[in-house]
Write a protein that binds this ligand. Structure first.
Ligand SMILES: [Mg+2]
Length: 239
């Protein structure tokens, strides 16, 4: 099968995508974590939503997104003593909030038609990923959840090394795209992948060095211009 995978002019075989903020908006995840869970906690403790929200949020912040627990629903349900709340209930309640960004499917379609292999490399728990990407799941051959599959966050370069190992490609044959500066840009580049930082709001609050500027895109279509349509081959990060 792999023999049919086409190489682009710069030797790229695989495109890897982050999920939250990249393929889908944060709306669904925010509803589950910042609305559903505080609501359940408020009901259980008999406090206001605001009080419950402040407490829940401060507990999330204590753990932080560098730790695996932060991504684990069961950990939080247990910590807050929410024995009657389940993931299924919360997902069902907010399923209407799943929002795939509008350009995503057309970009995936082009990449697939060009013969590239598409994979997902996310920190989100597998259930969150699979639930949100259902309409576009068919484009991806592999779905990696750093936290569910490897018990680590994308902070570690080891994660991207394992993705390459399992996808059976070298780092320089992979392009990763995501919206987290460290997890999606700094770390994959460290092992030799090409990475694009997705800055949908074009906030540019960060001081981006001039040489990195060409690796910043404002939506996923940017990837087609740079890596597929005869664009940027001379800028590949082949090492
Ligand atoms: Mg993200």
């Amino acid at each position: 099968m792999r023999r049919q995978v086409r190489k682009s002019g710069n030797g790229i075989k695989v495109f890897s995508f982050d999920v939250d903020g990249t393929l889908v908006s944060m709306r669904f995840a925010d509803c589950v974590w910042l609305q559903g869970i505080p609501e359940a906690y408020a009901a259980k403790e008999g406090v206001s939503f605001e009080q419950a929200f402040d407490f829940v949020k401060s507990e999330y912040d204590k753990i932080g997104d560098n730790r695996v627990e932060w991504y684990k629903m069961d950990y939080w349900l247990q910590k807050f003593g929410l024995s009657t709340t389940t993931r299924e209930k919360l997902f069902g309640k907010y399923k209407g909030e799943v929002e795939i960004y509008e350009e995503v499917e057309s970009v995936l379609k082009v990449l697939k038609a060009e013969g590239f292999e598409l994979v997902i490399s996310s920190n989100a728990a597998t259930e969150f990923i699979e639930f949100q990407i259902r309409p576009i799941r068919k484009y991806f051959s592999l779905v990696f959840s750093a936290t569910s599959d490897f018990g680590a966050v994308k902070k570690s370069n080891g994660f991207y090394a394992r993705v390459c190992e399992i996808a059976d490609v070298k780092p320089h044959e992979v392009v990763h795209i995501g919206d987290h500066w460290v997890f999606d840009f700094v770390n994959p580049r460290e092992i030799g992948m090409t990475a694009y930082f997705l800055d949908r709001g074009r906030s540019r609050s960060r001081n981006i060095k001039e040489e990195d500027d060409e690796f910043v895109i404002s939506n996923l279509s940017g990837i087609l211009d740079k890596e597929v349509r005869g664009g940027n081959y001379s800028h590949s990060r082949d090492k």
